[in-house]
Design a protein around this ligand. Sequence first.
Ligand code: C2E
Ligand code: MG
Ligand code: MG
Length: 623
Amino acid sequence: MLNNISFYNFMHRQILVLIALFASTATSYIFFGIIYSSYVIEPLWYLFVLALSYWGYRLYKEYSETILTIQEKEVWLNKLRYFIFFYFSSWTIMFVVYVMRDNIELHYLAIFTQLGVAVVATTILVSEKKLAIFILASSMLPITIYLLLIGKFYSYIIAILTIVLAWVLLYGSRNTYGYLQRNQFQAYHDYLTKLGNRRYFVELLEDGIKKQKSDNKFMFLLLIDLDHFKTINDTLGHDIGDKLLSEVAQRMSNLSKVNKGTASRLGGDEFCILSSTYEDKQKCLESAQEFAQELLDIIKQTYIIDEHNLYISASIGVSIIDNPKVTANTLIKEADIAMYEAKSKGRDGVILFNSELSVRVERKLEVERLLRFAIKKGEITLNYQPQVNRDGEIIGCEVLVRWHNEQLGNVGPDEFIPISEQTGFIIELGYYILEESFKTLSEWDKKGIYLNQFSINISMRQMFSKTFIEDSIALCVKYLNPTLSAKLIFEMTETSAAEDVQKLIEIMNKAKLCGIRFSMDDFGTGYSSLSYLRQIPIDELKIDKSFISELDNPKKDANMVTTILNIAKNLGLSVVAEGVETQEQKEFLVKEKCDILQGYNFSKPLSKDKFEEFYLKDKISSL
Ligand code: C2E
Ligand code: MG
Ligand code: MG
C-alpha cells in the first residue's frame, strides 16, 4: 500500500470528489422515479445515499480538523474503506430494484449506472487496490448474474464480455497502481537503503510537530552522520561504500523499529531518526541519550562486506520537539548543529542541541560571511611584536594579523584563523599577509630598521596549498633581496603537523633554498614527538606561553621549560619563549639561556608605525 502522509491526504481529498459525484448523479433516480411513476423507493434510496454522504463528510471533517498520529490515521483509513464500500454498494440496491421491474428501459438504466460505478471505482480507488477489486466485483457480478439469468445465447456472450470488461478495468487500474506506487516510492524513498528520504522525513516531522501542538507530547530527533565515510568510498570504492551504507541503514532501521521510531536517509552518509511520542520531556531526553548510545554501539560493530572487515563510527546530534512553533527544517538544522559539535569534539559521540550552541554557530557563520570581504574592504592589518635577546635588544619580530570589522568590532586571530582554515579563505588571507609583511620588511630595511629575524605565522592548510612555495618564492623575488629573505622565519603550529610528514619536509626544503627558516610554534601543546622534531628541518622552537605563565606560580612548569631548552640545545635549535609577562619569568629564562624572548614584558604587538618608534627609542637608549 502507498503508506505515507501524502497518501492519506490524497484519500482525504477523494471523499469530497466522491460525495459531489454520487450525491449529484443519484438525483437522476428521482427523475427516473417521476418519469416511471415510482414515488417511494427512489426518494428513500436517495435519502439513504445522502445519509451515507453525511457519514463521508464527517470522516472528511475528522481528518481535516483533528491532528492524527500515523496510527490514528490508520484507524481513520479503515473507517473510510467501510464508507467507500457501502457508498459504492448502495448503487447495487437500485440495480436489483430496477432489473426486477418489467420495464426493459429500467434494465438498461440499471446496467449503465452499474457499469459507471465499476469504472469510477477503478479510477478513483487506484491507490486502494483491494478495495477497488472488491467494489469492482460487487458491481460487475450482479450484471453478469442478470445476463446469465436471461438464459439466451446473446446474454451468455454479453455475460462473458462483462467479465472481460471487468478484467480490462482491473488490468488498467493495476497498471496505474503499479506506476503510482513506483512513483510514490521514488518520491518518498531512498533507492539504495529503501528508507524514507528527506521529503518523507520532513513530512513525518511536520506531523510530529502538529502532534506536539495538539497533545503536548514530546519526541526526539537524531541526526546521524558517519565518521570518515568518505575514506571508505575513496579507498575501497563506491560499491563497497554503498553496501556499507545499506548495512548501516538496516541496523538503524531495526533498532528504530524496536523503539517505535522511524529512520530515514537525508542524503550521503546522513541519516535521521524520529522517535515515538513521550508524555514527559525529561523522559524523552533520557530516552534520546539511551537510544543514541545504543545506536552508536550497534553502528560500531564490525561489518563484513566483500571479504573486507570494516569498522565505522558515527556522530549524533539530538534535538527535541518541545515547541509547536518550530518548523521541521529548523529542527533538522538544530540536530545538524549538535552533530557538528559532536564531530568537532572528536567524533563517535552524541551531543544534545542547546541555545548556546546555536549562538556559537550563528557567530561563526557571521564571521565566515564577513571575513570574505575583509581584505577587499581593507579591514585586515598587521601588528608586529618585538622579540628581544637576553640583553633586551630588539632582534626580531613576529607578524600578527588583526581584523577590525565595523559590525563585529575587533575579532581575534584565534577566532577567525581556524574559521578561514576551514573555509579555505586562509589561502587568500595567507597570501595577503605574506605580501604585506614582505613589503614591511623591505621598507624597514630601507629605513634602517635592521632585524635578525622576521617571523610570520603560516597555517598548515596554507603551507600544503598547491601554490604556496611558488607564491612565496615569487613574493621573495618581488620584494626582498637574498639577505632579507634569509631573515624570514615561517612559524608553524604542531596541531596538524603529523598529517603528511614527507610532503611537509619536501615543502620546507624547497622554501629553505630561498633561505627561509622554520619555527615550531606553541611547542609543548601539540602532537609533535621527539622523532618528529628530528625529522623535519626546523631551526627554532617557540615554547608555548602556557608554560611560561606557569613559571612564577608554584614553579610548576620550571622543569618543563628547562627540559625543552635542553632538548632544543641538543637538537641545535634556537629557542624563543613567548608570552613573557613578568620580570621573574624573564630572569628565569635568561638564567636558563633561552635565546630569544617575546611578550608583554617587552611590548605588546604594535602597529607598523608604533613598532618603528619602539625600535628607534630602543636603539637610542642603547647608545
Ligand atoms: P601565536 O603565533 O602563538 O602568537 C602569539 C600570541 O600570543 C599572539 O596572540 C600574541 O598577541 C600573544 N601574546 C604575545 N605576548 C603575550 C603575552 O605576554 N601574554 C599573553 N597573554 N599573550 C601574548 P594573537 O595575536 O591573538 O594570535 C593568536 C594566534 O593566532 C597566534 O598564536 C597564531 O597561531 C594565530 N595567528 C596570528 N596571526 C596570524 C597570521 O598572520 N597567520 C596565521 N596563520 N595565524 C596567525
Ligand atoms: Mg606564532
Ligand atoms: Mg605561539
